[in-house]
Design a binder for this molecule. Sequence first.
Ligand SMILES: [Zn+2]
Length: 493
Amino acid sequence: MDEGGPSDDYDLDPSYRGPNYDSDFEISEFEGDESDESSDSGFVVDPDLDDSDVEASSSQPKTDVHDTFLYDFCHIPERNDNIEDGEINEDGVGLDTTELDRESDDEVEPIEYGMHDPSVDWKKMKPHLGEMFANQEQLRFCLTNYAVQNGYLIRVVKSSSDRLQAKCGTDKDGKQCTFKMWASWMNRERSFQVKGFNDKHTCIRDFRRPTMLNSEWIAKHFIKLLCRRPKMKGREIQEVVKKKFLCEVSLVQCYRAKLKALEIINGKLTEHYARIWDYGEEILRSNPGSTVQVSVTTNPDGLTYFHRIYICFKAVREGWSRGCRRVVGLDGCFLEGYCKGELITAIGRDGNNQLYPIAWAVIDVENKANWLWYLQLLSSDLGIGDGGGLTIISDQHKGLVETAKDVLPRVEHRQCARHVFANYKKAYNGLDYKRLFWAASFSTIEAGFILAMEELQAININAYNYLVQREPSTWSRAFFPDRRTCESGKWGI
Ligand SMILES: [Zn+2]
């Protein structure tokens, strides 16, 4: 390929550069750095990435600003312009044309440079010559991962909004490592591109204190973990960093990282809630016949806030009607994190006793009004009318129990045996208490239930009374209608 020749793809007219373009930047920043270094730095610059002006064609010696920078900075060997007169005359005497013929015959394909893939494992991240990044932040993250993984003391020596230069540490004699990277903003491609890169290192490695490591980098690595554990302490983050990355970071860095990560998580969550209408529309477009109901509230500050959303896919609804047991489990759980709220779900059981999600909703709080709204929608979707022939299983949430009686007057309402046991266990914890409770719950005949309860009565009358008051007919299989029981005991079915 013609070295230094203009390239349509990467022609960098100054007007294409970023907002803070300074034409003297390269010379002033890099020229002096190279004077004391070996002339064979191994620094690679792809000619297509050369910043040289179109006017500085390949046939001319390089004299303009950008060329000087690239030649000085990159130590590309000067082309042999010292050919004596007569070696090449007008007739081409002395010129070996073999190479020229080959070049003219072959069609040189332009090199295609790839976009950086941010989903790559952090340990495998390494910038490459010509690689394009969405922004400088992404490039810094990639470079820091490369430095941390390999223990290189890479540091950014110059940066502005549209360019970045990085160098590495020193060798045992204090001499500058030969690693260098130079990248700048490509306005036409809207990306940050690595224009020069030498990945040969002569430095001493240090895994403990990478120079590019900062709180932003820690925050990015801890987003997933902090999503699950938002209350994670700074000291825990510090320990994980030490264990996973072998680096020593300060507590202050960890606290800052935590704040930044939570800001990213919560900010994103709020943005997602702001697009809840789009989400609902997309579900209806991609799953015609489904039920999506969103409601919002307008607060005195004039802003609209999310209230609740209900979702039931058409295919799921029909699947339940055709192939599942007439049993629905209802429960709610708290949503952790910035936005809070609760998730309430209706779960079925198919013929194989596998769990079958039917419909779910996100609500602000678990109360009678929200359960009423949810059960009315669920009843309409599943076509269960007054609840005749249907069993629902839940904990004993007061709002839910009362609402179920109103919306589904003929439904059989069972208690989740595990919920009953969890409360019973708090007062009566012991192997015998456990054995007798489950014996009473699993018994398929009333005699078995009575036997277990009598044994419990003999051990502790208070435990016996406690269970009798918890309506055994709702959690013992001995009292369930035949057609709606099965071997699965987890819900007391
Ligand atoms: Zn190095």
